[in-house]
Design a protein around this ligand. Structure first.
Ligand SMILES: *Cc1c(COP(=O)(O)O)cnc(C)c1O
Length: 397
């Protein structure tokens, strides 16, 4: 256990807030969903205080990880930060790709360079650190792939026990990764939602802390750093359009939260990117709800896609995703698995980045939105390559 006199971070965390009712909770206790509504809890900060020290000039001298934004992250003790070097990934100006598709200002935020090869590292670095700080000893997670690997890695770094529940048909490498990182893996006949049920059944028996996305308040805090980084890397401006492959939506909701925080801190103005959710035609609950004008998304029946990160039939933060898409003037679009495979090669051969199918889905969506005139050729567009194609060796033939 860390010493009581350990160095404090500059975190300005003040409270947790129910995303539905606004009810406030003291932040220094392990919590999952909001007791007021059964919906996600969101972390709130003293942004006026954060703005004093988290200036562009101060940031320029800080470590090149997501923890450079410590004022707006939840961990209070420096020795509780469990870091493997996550974040501060490259924002690549994809000039050859942009020329090929007729959109010269196309950028790729290449999240495949994170520890464990996906952006899940950000969320789990934050969540595992905070759970460790608050005294959790055993962590459990339902995951269709990358989240489990990231959780296993940070649990191993912290010396915490990790229990992982994965769909039985998860590609072998995702499972091997967890095992090699010391986690206990249980395969479940079903989808990620069924794995989540197994985790919740085990909590009273094993005393696990559930780190399912948006069921604890801090994975979103890790993922929101993508929004801070994007702004910082673009000189405190934001692009016209962000295209994001959406499963649980944590990163999209997180970036949307980050933009508001940054505006409150005076780091950016009121202009927002149009946010685009991409899903697979085999699992598109957010696209359907967006098109129908619904506030919540009906669970998708028979979810099937090669993009494991997008195989999320029901997202607990559905209303937060839909709210961000609508408030930004954005949209939601489904692409086929075949388009993902085809565009993975287009992206790879024009950029040098070997994307996960989820990353390729963003390019497929961009091309369609350019054809439809929804994106103008001169606009600045950021695609998120959320993971490495190397982890999907089974797909490429
Ligand atoms: C988890 C995952 C996603 C979806 O991320 P959310 O923030 O949960 O919507 C996209 N791509 C990859 C590679 C993933 O692992």
């Amino acid at each position: 256990m860390p010493a009581a006199h350990a160095t404090a971070t500059r975190s300005t965390l003040t409270h947790l807030e129910c995303s539905r009712t606004g009810t406030r909770y003291a932040p220094d206790q392990l919590m999952n969903l909001s007791p007021a509504s059964g919906k996600p809890l969101l972390a709130r900060y003293d942004l006026a205080a954060a703005a004093v020290t988290m200036t562009p000039a101060a940031l320029a001298t800080r470590p090149q990880t997501m923890w450079r934004y410590e004022e707006v992250l939840p961990v209070r003790r420096a020795d509780a930060i469990i870091s493997l070097g996550e974040g501060w990934t490259p924002l690549v100006h994809a000039e050859r790709l942009g020329a090929r598709i007729g959109c010269p200002q196309t950028y790729i935020k290449d999240e495949s360079l994170n520890p464990t090869g996906s952006f899940k590292a950000r969320g789990l670095s934050a969540a595992v650190s905070r759970a460790y700080e608050l005294g959790a000893t055993r962590l459990a997670i339902p995951s269709a792939g990358n989240a489990a690997g990231a959780m296993s890695a940070y649990a191993a770094a912290a010396g915490l026990r990790a229990d992982v529940f994965m769909p039985a048909d998860v590609p072998r490498l995702f499972r091997t990764e967890c095992e090699q990182l010391g986690a206990t893996v249980t395969l479940v006949n079903g989808l990620i939602t069924d794995c989540g049920v197994k985790v919740r059944e085990g909590i009273p028996v094993h005393g696990w802390f559930d780190v399912s996305t948006l069921r604890e308040p801090y994975r979103i805090e890790g993922k929101k750093t993508m929004g801070y980084e994007l702004a910082e890397q673009m000189g405190w401006r934001l692009p016209d359009v962000i295209i994001y492959p959406t499963g649980g939506g944590t990163g999209l909701v997180g970036m949307w939260k980050a933009f508001r925080e940054m505006e409150c801190m005076g780091l950016i103005g009121p202009k927002r990117p149009r946010m685009v959710s991409v899903q697979s035609t085999g699992c598109a609950p957010i696209v359907r709800a967006f098109e129908q004008g619904d506030e919540f998304a009906e669970p998708w029946q028979g979810a099937a896609t090669v993009a494991d990160g997008l195989r999320v039939p029901a997202a607990i933060g559905d209303f937060l995703i839909l709210e961000a898409l609508r408030a930004s003037g954005g949209t939601a679009i489904a692409v086929t698995d075949q388009e993902m495979l085809d565009y993975a090669r287009v992206m790879g051969s024009h950029t040098g980045i070997f994307p996960a199918p989820e990353g390729a889905a963003c390019l497929a969506a961009q091309v369609r939105l350019l054809q439809q005139g929804w994106i103008q050729p001169e606009e600045t567009v950021v695609l998120f390559n959320t993971g490495s194609g190397l982890k999907y060796a089974h797909l490429w033939g």
